[in-house]
Design a protein around this ligand. Structure first.
Ligand code: ARG
Length: 559
């Protein structure tokens, strides 16, 4: 609702007592419609004016006037306002019809660069559920940042370097088969990796051999490099299939290996600034009593995950001059990112304040963590294909005559998985249940998509033009108008809290208010108001579609 209008109407009567900012921040949205569109509580005033809040509310209710306000009522300590619905709905609808998908944008970002480090799976390993969450949340945040006036830069920080590749090479050269890898790359490499650990348990010499392979790789040995490139290419091919299904794109695939030639300058800088100390042969940055030291270089001279992240942060600052750098990575890496930021601060790079770790909770299956370790592999691609298949089965029942079923089933199946992930606050864990995700009722992707389809089919059937004539004032449309009006604030909040769930929840309540309206009102009944009702329908369609786009979902026109 229009907080500004109410603030302006109140402020002349509270001059010298409360500032406009204070007034605005105390205005509330009442829970019940009968309490008006907005309410102003008088407790704060009561203290300042040494009068009872009920008395103040009564006085203010007499005084407040505005051409946009229909009536003002005191209810106990609250001053409730009711807006002039026709004026208000006319403004909101006209704004959406003019701005179209631009509605809800803001300019918080002032075109500055925001870097998003997300997805970032590890090569030669299956794309895990955690990486799925990072991919979905990261993609949504990058879109929401753009809507908020930033230029988003999407980076896939592939885990494509580290001692594990030495182990893998050891395993492959000892008992691997080229055909087997080609046939089914990731599961096979994963199998080798697991068997490496099993064998190393009995024979520690494997560990040394693995280490030697990694050392060779770091020194640019030809055979090691060839194997590594091959493992990487095969893995990327598999990841690409998942990205294509999810509609995810990156501006840069700069994995950990990208920083191989960019780490020595970081180590030099740390040395120059006297931050590097030796501890049991390794080089570390001491972070005081509250944090374990940050490991920079191992005894054998090889570098670490943290070293590569330091190099990456420095590179990104120089290359993109970001005003925000967001890392969408599971909560278990909290300490790692704290360490990176602290090291950068010690180096004197105060821009580390613009780096944000956006963590998230786990995906659970029957209350337990879905794990990729010990061979309990959940292949993400299979999960998505499964969702698409089920969406198609549903469709066969609900709408057997539908054209382009494949395309729609993909949009619905993938949309269901995406929405299910984003509808809860990101720190909550997500229970993975395809049946729940795919129902058309309740807080699901298909429900939102289906409501969009409804708006489109009404617009197709309607003979008149979607145009505001008189403005709407019935209770059903008023609930929808209030939701529509809220969209820009939902975008702002989603960005401020790095919380796509704000948008997901918003879409559910917009959809449900529209569906209630649809149940109550004959939208296509001829008459003066039909244009207005179609305008409302069109506005709802526009906002639902734009909201889904922000979340990374497609909006089919039919389903
Ligand atoms: N590959 C890492 C993992 O799977 C995630 C990388 C996140 N990004 C980063 N810059 N550290 O745990």
């Amino acid at each position: 609702m229009d907080y500004n209008v109410y603030t302006e109407a109140l402020s002349p009567h509270l001059e010298g007592v409360l500032t406009k900012k204070e007034i605005r921040s105390s205005i509330e949205q009442p829970k019940h419609e009968s309490h008006g569109d907005l309410a102003f509580p008088c407790f704060q005033l009561a203290k300042k004016m040494k009068k009872s809040p009920v008395e103040i509310a009564q006085e203010l209710a007499q005084q407040v006037k505005s051409q946009h306000i229909d009536r003002v009522e005191a209810a106990g300590p609250y001053v409730n306002v009711f807006f002039k619905r026709t004026i208000f709905s006319t403004n909101v609808l006209n704004r959406i019809l003019t701005e179209e998908e631009g509605y809800g944008s803001n300019n918080l970002g002032k075109k500055e660069n925001a870097v998003f480090d997300f997805s970032s799976p590890n090569i030669a390993k299956p794309f895990s559920m955690g990486h799925l969450r990072s991919t979905i949340i990261g993609q949504a945040l990058a879109n929401i940042a753009e809507k908020s006036g930033y230029t988003s830069i999407r980076i896939n920080h592939l885990g494509d370097w580290g001692t594990q590749f030495g182990k893998l090479m050891c395993a492959y050269t000892r008992w691997g088969s080229e055909e087997e890898v080609k046939e089914s790359p990731i599961p096979t490499l994963m199998k080798y990796y697991i068997s490496f650990h099993e064998k190393a348990e009995h024979d520690p010499s494997f560990i040394d051999e693995g280490r030697a392979w990694f050392k060779k790789l770091e020194l640019g040995d030809e055979e090691a490099t060839k194997l590594w490139t091959w493992f990487r290419d095969e893995s990327l091919k598999e990841f690409e299939r998942v990205y294509r299904l999810l509609g995810v794109t990156f501006d840069h695939v700069q994995g950990e290996s990208f920083y191989n030639d960019k780490m020595s300058s970081v180590v030099d800088e740390l040395t120059e600034k006297g931050l590097l100390t030796e501890s049991e042969g390794a080089h570390v940055v001491d972070l005081g009593a509250d944090s374990p030291p940050c490991l920079i270089r191992k005894t054998d001279g090889t570098t670490l995950y943290a070293t590569r992240d330091l190099a990456a942060a420095m590179y990104r600052k120089t290359r993109f001059d970001f005003s925000k750098s967001v890392y969408v990575v599971g909560a278990e890496q909290q300490l790692h990112f704290n360490q990176i930021k602290t090291v950068l601060r010690k180096m004197g790079h105060d821009w580390e304040q613009d780096m944000v770790h956006v963590p998230f909770g786990l995906i659970l299956k029957d209350g337990k963590k879905m794990s990729t370790r010990k061979g309990k592999i959940v292949l993400l691609e299979e999960v998505l294909r499964d969702a698409i298949e089920r969406a198609k089965e549903n469709m066969m029942v609900k709408n057997p005559g539908l054209m382009n079923k494949e395309e729609v089933a993909e949009a619905v199946g993938v949309g269901a998985v995406v929405f299910h992930d984003l509808k809860n606050e990101r720190m909550n864990s997500v229970e993975f249940n395809l049946d729940h995700m795919l129902t058309f009722e309740g807080e699901t992707g298909p429900y939102v998509q289906y409501t969009y389809v409804r708006t489109q089919s009404i617009l197709e059937k309607g003979s008149g033009e979607a145009k505001v004539n008189t403005g709407l004032m019935d209770d059903g449309s008023w609930e929808v108008i209030k939701e529509l009006h809220y969209f820009p604030r939902a975008v702002e909040r989603a960005w401020r809290d790095y919380e796509p769930s704000v948008i997901a929840k918003y879409l559910v309540s917009l959809a449900s208010s529209y569906n209630k309206y649809y149940g109550k009102v004959k939208i296509l009944e001829e008459g003066q108001e039909m244009g207005d009702r179609l305008a409302l329908t069109k506005a709802v369609g526009t906002v639902l579609q734009e909201g889904m786009r922000l979340l990374g979902m497609k909006a089919p026109r039919r389903m």
